[in-house]
Design a protein around this ligand. Structure first.
Ligand SMILES: NC(=O)c1ccc[n+]([C@@H]2O[C@H](COP(=O)([O-])OP(=O)(O)OC[C@H]3O[C@@H](n4cnc5c(N)ncnc54)[C@H](O)[C@@H]3O)[C@@H](O)[C@H]2O)c1
Length: 245
């Protein structure tokens, strides 16, 4: 098992990519705090003492600090922080409202920053050679029409990841991002139920189909494990080839 006795926190763990990462890590021997604004206690309960649910809105820094403290109190340390919670929003250059802009940045970008800051602080204090993984997106690398704030938030995550990798490298704390392509989850199922959108995804994806949450969980497992011991500051595209063109 690749994560025997490691302690991990996964935000946005109630569904989709976060849930798949949490379950993959549990299967690999980690102890996991599943965190979300929505309830995931029923999932955590399936794993007994190895897992717990903690409700946390990542856009509130005090709640994120409390999440980190709870994980340490419960499992005695923190080795892996997965900053994954996010929301998809719509709005173009000319019509994105203040409300959509601030909400998107607060959840997607500030939420990752709060998790990164709180996790790295305890990893440094405890001299833990930890791992921090941030869920970005292909929308953080290339633009998508009508998703202005989302693209900006995901691009911000990528730069935050690189800067943090420099700050934390000497301490042995690795910081990486994953850029998923279009993955079938609650976030995308409404879009994918539109045959026009599904066709566009098939056409834009060299592999020809949307990915699964498990595809992202496999990449997260690699980055979290010692197999990636010399990997930091990277953006791992898990996108069926979308960004290769
Ligand atoms: N699905 C895709 O195609 C895709 C592509 C690229 C990136 N992503 C990113 O992957 C991550 C996971 O998305 P998903 O596709 O699994 O979607 P999802 O909607 O299934 O899961 C997102 C989870 O985040 C939680 N969440 C939302 N706001 C939160 C907040 N303020 N605090 C804590 N939790 C909150 C939701 O309750 C939900 O459980 C997101 O960051 C998303 O932007 C998804």
């Amino acid at each position: 098992m690749l994560l025997e006795n490691k302690v991990a926190i996964v935000t946005g763990a109630a569904s989709g990519i976060g849930l798949a990462i949490a379950e993959k890590f549990l299967a690999e021997g980690a102890k996991v705090v599943l965190s979300d604004v929505s309830d995931a206690k029923n999932v955590a309960d399936k794993y007994g003492d190895k897992a717990m649910f903690y409700k946390c809105d990542v856009s509130q820094s005090a709640e994120v600090d409390a999440l980190i403290k709870t994980a340490i109190d419960k499992f005695g340390g923190l080795d892996i922080m997965i900053n994954n919670a996010g929301i998809a929003t719509n709005g173009s250059a000319s019509d994105t409202t203040d409300e959509v802009w601030h909400k998107t940045i607060e959840v997607n970008l500030s939420g990752v920053f709060y998790g990164l800051r709180a996790a790295s602080k305890v990893m440094l204090a405890n001299k833990t050679k930890g791992v921090i993984i941030n869920t970005a997106s292909i929308a953080g690398v290339v633009g998508f029409q009508g998703s202005l704030a989302y693209c900006a938030s995901k691009g911000g995550i990528i730069q935050l990841t690189r800067a943090a990798a420099l700050d934390l490298g000497k301490a042995g704390i690795r910081v990486n991002a994953i850029a998923p392509g279009v993955i079938t989850t609650n976030m995308t199922k409404a879009y994918l139920s539109d045959p026009g959108f599904q066709k566009m995804v098939e056409a834009m994806t060299p592999m020809g189909y949307p990915g699964k949450s498990e595809d992202i969980a496999g990449a997260a497992l690699y980055l979290a494990s010692d197999n990636a011991a010399y990997v930091t500051g990277v953006v791992l595209n898990v996108d069926g080839g979308w960004l290769a063109q």
